[in-house]
Write a protein that binds this ligand. Sequence first.
Ligand code: PEP
Ligand code: MG
Length: 594
Amino acid sequence: MMAKAELPPRASTLAPGAGASFTVHGAGVSGGIAIGHAHLISSARLEVAHYEVAPEAVKDEIRRFKSAIAEVRGELAGLQASVSASAPAELGAFLNVHLMILDDAQISQLPLELIRARRCNAEWALMQQAEALVQQFEQFEDAYLRERKNDILQVVERVLKAMLGTGQAPAVPGHEKNVIVVAHDLSPADMILFKRHQFAGFVTDLGGVTSHSAIVARSLNIPAIVGMHHARNMVRENELLIVDGREGVLIVNPDSRVLAEYQQRQRLIERARKKLKRLRSTPAETSDGIPIELHANIELPQDVQAALEAGATGIGLFRSEFLFLNRDDLPSEDEQFDAYRQVVEAMDGLPVTIRTLDLGADKSINGADRGGPNPALGLRAIRFCLAEPQMFLAQLRAILRASAHGKVRILVPMLAHAYEIEQALAAIAQAKEQLDDMGADYDRGIEVGGMIEVPAAALSLRVFAKKLDFLSIGTNDLIQYTLAIDRTDDTVAHLYDTMHPAVLYLISQTIQAGHKVGRDVVVCGEMAGDLDATALLLGFGLRQFSMHPAQLLAVKQQVLRTSAAEARIIARRILRTDDPEKRRQLLARLNAQD
Ligand code: PEP
Ligand code: MG
């Protein structure tokens, strides 16, 4: 949940401020330049105001506290009643635990004493008791009990939310366009909430360039920088900021000369963006006439609009798990079906590849943190789905039903073992049987593909290619797992190297081996939208890319400039060389083709 954010009055013009000017470097996530005023999002998840209420206001404060507790009790009971039979058993258990915590005297009674005796505001009173309770839980030797402190915090967040009445997204006036959000960290769920607001840019202290938060930031098509380390502490509310999302540079309190220079750069970028739009209906083909499919990645049904505006010829990756974030229940089969059908119908006959749930790691259902000690290596994606067969079947039925309305393909994430493919295929067959029993319509020839994002899958590709209709390379995870770098951890972000020889070897081998047995191979990780990698991937033989819509036209321009035959020759040399400097030079030559 988003913590409360304070909003002092802000200056209405973008004039240089009086504070000292300084520059901070991070990892640029999304190109372009934003100029605007800082809006700090609280770093502590549960940071609340501390104040003493007037003696005559104590009664109202008590009423406020009691009504928030009652509201949350009602919410939790309502959720408990609505948990469907197909929901994972843990969800019902979580809700029980949360109700018990809410009814614990330390949460629902003792804060009242603090309000009465010390005239603490209700939020502060609750936090004091909650912190004491959390400390008790931290002392437990049993790991399971220690973990329950997160449940306490989640319940407390709910009560705070009810008291603050803030809703979930940060309170920023809807008309304010020049706001740059400065946060310590933002979860993918937080980022999704930001889709409802119009911000000029984002900077965060934590995060790597292919973390899901960064990916969603990119999908907002606004400049963003992650991995700034201490920006949240150095920047003050309302200070004038320049975010250079390409170079990963944040300039705080720029002087008038620097401001003018960036305003000029901003105009140039805008002009280039407008020019690119002319390529929207130009067919994507290399300069030597090879047609290339450029598909779009989306997180939510409404993203389809951007995909169509960018001239995408399909949806190559619908990250369906985003339908499951920011809510306390699971979307029903019908709700999922509606979302999938919406996308399929909007694409009007163009292919839509729906990825089955990739929950776990940095994306988890509210309250159901099942990440384990090492979430990226834990019960994630297909592993999670196979452990929750009812939830998986409900999703598969929803996808299959949507396939009656257009061209749908199913994509299964994070496969590592041949038997996982078999189990996933068996679940699809079972979902089909269930639909047959109900007389529901679906595409009987629906294609099923697998994501190649674990090195084990890339290295045993033959098995995967044999059992699946198509392959989609998830470079974000493939790089994470090949180089053993947590993609969300900014402290190792500098080691995340798209051009590492091992990574290039796995990608080129997957493309080649897949094509050899007649399978379509797509790259749908962030590398597909990386302009420095376009010609190289074409040189490896890639003919299908799926990327964020914001990148699509720039990639098309790159495709139009590239000769696939020439790229192939240079790409081979890049694969053969051991010398990093030579590799860099060859890549520069490849990208200089015009
Ligand atoms: C990937 O890993 O490259 C991918 C496309 O999936 P995600 O980024 O959602 O993990
Ligand atoms: Mg992935």
